[in-house]
Ligand binder design. Sequence first.
Ligand code: MEV
Length: 313
Amino acid sequence: MVKATAPGKIILFGEHAVVYGRPAIAVPLSEVRATAVVEPNRQQGVQLIAPDLGVKKNLAETGPNDALALAVRQVQFAAGLAQLPDISITVTSDIPIASGLGSGAAICAAIIRALAGYLGLAHLASSEWISSLTYEVEKIHHGTPSGIDNTVVTYERPVYFIRQQPDNLIETFDIARPLRLLVADTGVRSSTKDVVDDVRRSWQADRRRFERIFDACGEIAVAARAAIEMGDMVQIARLMSANQALLVDMTVSSPELNRLVAVSLNAGALGAKLSGAGRGGNMIALVNSEKEEAVHSALIGAGSRSVLRSVIG
Ligand code: MEV
């Protein structure tokens, strides 16, 4: 039996603009994880089991867009294996789905890591290899992902990321002072693919305006990295609010997200913004320890489905 896990993720700065080659910053959300367990099985073929989703199926019966099956086939293809042994792959996750926390990428990375381990492919299974296979699945499944989600969930380190050719720029960096974050769920599910497609349509309709917005997001990400490396909380908070304003301009915020951002700031959060694709999903609030409880209560009082606590760095 081989087990592997991967964390959720938070985009701190630069979502959407990162798809268009601007820098962005993401950190792992290690408090929630996806887990994959690969075991020998008496039944023929590869059984894919996801108890939380009520899924139990044979790989041979899956269609071309099945994300779990795609993860398995990526490993099989990359390792050049004509056939896989008779196994079961059981996937569980406490990362909320369709809520901007990287659930899809984490599930996929956990499957790839566990299966590579089971098949004795440790020599292949670097973080870079797992991340690139996860990216292939995300591409088939999601269209035009930037690559930041698969990168942060496989490296499990804070990353400064630029989508570029021939290779993405991926830099890990130091966090001078821990970032105390509350991650609040609007309870509204949102498809990353749909929101990314919608932003693309808006960009096509008004390239000049959207290029300006993306440039401003990129400048914020650059400044935010410097502020995080210096531990300048006031500047980090200011940049979060500036990024949120640009996400509102992009039309990817929502009434629920705006409300939680406002509520957290009123309760004493230093800064707040949506995180991930938007239109639902999660927002993040940067807090200090004195105000953490007040902001937490305010977010719950304002109808957050859940509020996770995470200390980054
Ligand atoms: C999703 O977590 C982040 C987006 O920027 C999409 C992407 O980078 O692929 C919205």
